[in-house]
Design a protein around this ligand. Structure first.
Ligand code: TXA
Ligand code: MG
Length: 348
């Protein structure tokens, strides 16, 4: 398939978005930037178009998609029931990286929700995404625009790496500032359940609606509530081991394991921070300063992809606070590691 690469620069913005909107209306699939990660969009009302998304990504078809709309009123086309708690959350966080579950109506094809009776919806906070949805005139179902199992794309070049030749078009926008996918919250349960930590922190949600339950432990159960959570995710090619504990202990344990593994003939990569990067030698990437967890969130998937370009056998990774955006960062790191965590002792 020939993939159209649509620039937004040098006066091409209007024409490119128009073209992408038309492709969506006609049943094609288009990658576009959002504030979280790049999405791969299709008309949510068109079953054949949705099938193309699953095929292009190599995604299991029981993993449901998020439907993107461009204004709050359009929620009426997707559900007959907007509970008060959702109205409150929509008021506070839309447009933005919070995805909410609603009871789905009958106009949406079942394939969008993987057969579930609930549908996940959000309004992205990105002008290109919003203009594209408006231009298409339809709700846009969009998972992250990566091959299934790879880290989500936060730069246009990541989308090109994964999907060139597999989709109809790519809108080349800026890097995604949040860098981690949206928070997925199930408000159909009481109390609400955090199905996926993401761009809006648990603390910020609790400030608005009170206590919510973390659904993270059920990721390892047989029937996770966010079906996507049961698959290996976000993973670089080389296996990842996460170290937790005080900074001093983490650094010491990582250096010790690096030496041991190198003696066995393995090539080791290290995911460090600005504060610790000087402590290591060899293939080391800093994901940023521990003082700015938001900017670490913005870099983490890109750094995962940087390791893929190095010739290494194993990645040893530091861990971070689980406060604020740290919860989403650690969720992605631990999933990339397939829950392989070593306790180095002490608290972070
Ligand atoms: O930031 C984001 O959310 C990005 C951008 C493109 O909007 N999208 C994204 O989509 O990350 P995706 O498909 O990669 O992740 C969607 C997550 C999956 O874990 C999926 O299982 C869950 O949301 N999900 C979708 N619909 C659901 C539903 N009805 N019930 C429970 N979980 C659902
Ligand atoms: Mg994804």
């Amino acid at each position: 398939m020939n993939t159209l690469v649509l620039s937004l620069k040098n006066g091409k913005r209007e024409k490119s978005i128009k073209c992408a909107g038309e492709i969506l209306r006609k049943g094609g699939i288009v990658a576009f930037p959002t504030e979280t990660v790049y999405g791969l969009g299709a008309n949510a009302l068109d079953e054949e178009a949705i099938k193309k998304i699953y095929k292009a990504k190599g995604r299991p078809s029981d993993n449901p998609l998020i439907v993107h709309i461009s204004n709050k009123e359009d929620i009426e086309f997707i559900t007959d029931d907007v509970p008060e708690i959702c109205k409150k959350l929509m008021e506070n966080f839309w447009p933005g990286p919070l995805t909410l579950l609603f009871k789905k109506n009958n106009t949406l094809p079942n394939i969008v929700t993987g057969g579930l009776s609930s549908v996940a919806v959000r309004i992205p906070e990105n002008d290109v995404a919003l203009e594209l949805i408006r231009e298409s005139g339809v709700p846009v179902a969009a998972p992250s625009a990566n091959l299934s199992g790879k880290p989500s794309p936060t730069k246009a070049e990541h989308v090109i790496e994964d999907l060139m030749g597999r989709i109809d078009a790519i809108l080349i926008g800026d890097d995604c500032p949040v860098g981690i996918e949206s928070t997925v919250l199930d408000t159909l349960s009481d109390p609400p359940i955090l199905l996926r930590p993401g761009g809006i922190s648990k603390e910020r949600i609790e400030d608005v609606i009170g206590l919510i339950i973390s659904g993270q432990n059920e990721e390892k159960s047989d029937i996770p509530k966010a079906p996507g959570m049961k698959y290996t995710h976000y993973a670089p090619k080389a296996p990842v081991i996460v170290f937790r504990g005080s900074i001093l202990n983490m650094v010491a344990e990582i250096k010790k394991m690096k030496n041991e593994k190198e003696n066995e003939g393995f090539r080791i990569g290290i995911l460090a921070t600005d504060e610790t990067v000087e402590s290591y030698t060899g293939c080391v990437f800093s994901v940023g300063s521990r003082d700015r967890i938001e900017s670490i969130a913005g870099e983490i998937f890109h750094i995962f992809r940087c390791f893929d370009k190095e010739n290494i056998d194993m990645i040893l990774c530091e861990s971070f606070t689980t406060e604020g955006m740290g919860l989403a960062v650690m969720n992605r790191i631990i999933k990339a590691a397939g829950y392989h965590v070593i306790d180095a002792g002490g608290e972070i």
